[in-house]
Design a binder for this molecule. Structure first.
Ligand code: GLN
Length: 546
């Protein structure tokens, strides 16, 4: 029977609750248990697909095509498991299901109420995830911070579940301990308040993870123990660290895994964090850098730079760099500056490789095309994902095939005049766009791709015939232009066999020029870097050595 561990956050958001959950999952898995993790997002959006990455960070996509929170990506990377729609709950999804059921008369004519019907729906979803995955442990991350209005019903679900089966439920609070500069001392009061708020919701945490700049010392642990009503051994120090992959190891130093097992009266079945420890050692000791430039646009928010919008791409670059025992250095390059000032393109020469990731909308597109042209001509290793691949096709069509007005129909307006739509909207998408059916309607999730023998991709993937990768797009390479592109030297290295869609393009006379219609970044794992990232980094290192 599954055990459930609810994780809530205290004091403030953005303190790494998702990675804490992922790390606990990794630890329990390393002790021989089957683990899954559920993310609860309190917003009304049914899924993350309709959100701007600048608002919400990366949109992660699962095998079964759910557009979800980036934490699902963290869970997949740490657990090394594929998650599904069952692992993701939003307020929107919960209410939508309850309302649909009500409309179908499934409540037998009774009055449907926020409590208990909404928490009950949440509980049944959590239990479904347990059933489907046959997990020994289900970790449930409750988004937001305790004390806010939005996640109350989820805390209520957790409380109700605890009432039903107290022995199978554990509560963990991830809290923050500030060290105000002027005072110079770590303060526990906000955490005490957070626990009180949790108590108000009828929940007493069993374990408190104290996030802070530095490790928690004995007096701080004692204070939290007394005032928050937890055993001092259950106050876990979680200081800032350089790499998130170190967290499971730090938690284990604090004996977190065994404390959890003890509370459930369980014993470790094995102990195996060895591979993970090896990886962390590489992360900490790798010195020689590999310098990768990312040409994108979801970087800036006010005066701050966001990294979250491309988190899976960044992590995938890191995984591949560590595979070669190199230190990944990733630089953000705003695409728009190349439109305004093409002279700036020269800075691309400073990098060992350039990535153009996915994106939507016309802002920055021409800058990205210029950057791709530069990479093609200067023979800088280039890797493009989704929009990055589409723009590589546009660039090639314009500058090699002579279609001066080539573009994607995504960026063609009524004012554009006659243009060559080398990237075109997929036929079934046209109707959806017309009816404004935007949510969850793109070509999403895993699709098959047949690799062309002898290509770089085929070799990278280990010379197999088929691979499967995850997608999120509405537009595709227009097959009418395929033969002319091929004649001019663009190879169609991967094709979706069912629909005859181009999935991978490569250029022959180039050290590494590869574009994919899918998002390989979603499938990269710290101990199993994605083959395309691995080959890209390999070529980038070769360039560096020259
Ligand atoms: N906007 C493009 C499309 O819809 C690319 C999407 C992406 O990069 N994920 O096809």
């Amino acid at each position: 029977m599954a055990r459930y561990i609810f994780v809530a956050g205290g004091v403030m958001s953005g303190i790494g609750k998702g990675v804490a959950v992922a790390s606990i999952g990794r630890i329990l898995k390393s002790k021989g248990f089957k683990v899954t993790a559920v993310k609860i997002d309190p917003y009304i959006n049914v899924d993350a697909g309709t959100m701007n990455p600048i608002e919400h960070g990366e949109i992660f996509v699962t095998e079964d095509g759910v557009e979800c929170d980036q934490d699902i990506g963290n869970y997949e990377r740490f657990l090394d498991e594929n998650l599904t729609t069952d692992n993701y709950i939003t307020t929107g999804r919960v209410y939508q299901a309850v309302i649909n059921r009500e409309r179908n008369l499934e409540y037998g004519g009774r009055c449907v109420e926020v409590v208990p019907d909404i928490p009950n729906e949440v509980i049944s979803r959590i239990q479904k995830a347990a059933r489907k995955t046959k997990a020994d442990f289900v970790l449930i991350e409750i988004g937001g911070t305790v004390g806010e209005y939005q996640n109350l019903l989820f805390l209520e679900a957790a409380r109700m579940m605890h009432l039903q089966r107290p022995k199978d439920i554990l509560f963990i609070l991830v809290s923050y301990l500030p060290i105000p500069e002027k005072i110079g001392e770590m303060k526990t009061k906000p955490t005490q308040t957070a626990v009180r708020l949790l108590n108000e919701a009828g929940i007493q945490p069993d374990i408190i993870l104290g996030r802070s700049k530095v490790p928690l010392d004995e007096p701080r642990k004692r204070k939290i123990s007394i005032f928050c009503n937890v055993d001092i051994k259950d106050v876990i120090s979680a200081p800032d660290i350089e790499s998130i992959y170190e967290i499971p190891i730090n938690f284990e130093k604090e004996n977190l895994g065994n404390r959890i097992l003890e509370k459930f009266n369980l014993k470790s079945r094995k102990q195996n964090l060895k591979d993970w420890e090896k990886l962390v050692k590489i992360i900490k000791t790798a010195e020689k850098p590999v310098k990768i430039g990312m040409v994108g646009k979801y970087f800036e928010t006010g005066k701050f730079t966001l990294m979250d919008s491309y988190i899976s791409v960044i992590e995938a670059v890191k995984h591949a760099a560590w595979f070669f025992k190199k230190k990944p250095e990733i630089n953000w390059l705003g695409a728009e500056k190349y439109e305004k000032n093409p002279k700036k393109l020269k800075e691309l020469n400073k990098f060992d490789g350039i990535i153009v990731p996915g994106g939507f909308g016309s802002r920055g597109v021409e800058g990205k095309i210029k950057a791709i042209e530069f990479c093609r001509k200067q023979k800088i290793p280039f890797l493009g994902f989704c929009l990055g691949m589409q723009l590589a096709v546009v660039e090639f069509a314009r500058n090699v095939c002579g279609f001066k007005k080539a573009n994607s129909t995504e960026f063609i307006s009524t004012k554009s005049g006659k243009v060559d739509p080398v990237i075109d909207v997929m036929p079934e998408q046209k109707a959806l766009l017309k009816e404004k059916k935007y949510g969850g309607t793109m070509r999403l999730g895993a699709y098959k791709c047949e690799l062309k023998r002898g290509t770089r991709s085929w070799k990278a993937y280990g010379k197999v015939k088929y691979v499967s990768e995850r997608h999120r797009h509405r537009y595709e390479l227009n097959n009418e232009f395929r033969s002319i592109l091929e004649r001019k030297g663009m190879m169609m290295a991967g094709i979706n066999p069912e629909r005859d869609l181009v999935e991978i393009i490569e250029l022959k006379k180039h050290p590494f020029f590869l574009g994919v219609q899918f998002h390989p970044e979603y499938k990269s794992r710290p101990l199993k870097p994605h083959p395309l990232f691995r080959e890209f980094i390999k070529s980038s290192l070769r360039l560096r050595n020259k």
